[in-house]
Design a protein around this ligand. Sequence first.
Ligand SMILES: [Zn+2]
Length: 76
Amino acid sequence: MFRLLIWIALIVAAVWLWRRLKNPAAAQPPSQSETQPMVRCAHCGLHVPQREAQESAGNWYCSTRHLELGPRQSDQ
Ligand SMILES: [Zn+2]
């Protein structure tokens, strides 16, 4: 009986290892999609997630309103 349990444990471990070696990408937790890249609004300087930001001419904006206003001049 005890020997049977050892065999079952060995088979489970072998299957787990084989699956892990076959596709290591699937075994990895999707942690990359959780962390959103943050971008800085060129107008007001607010940091917003890139997914929610508006992009224009290499600049990022927090909203369509700030995109229309354009980048704020920093020499004042
Ligand atoms: Zn803004």
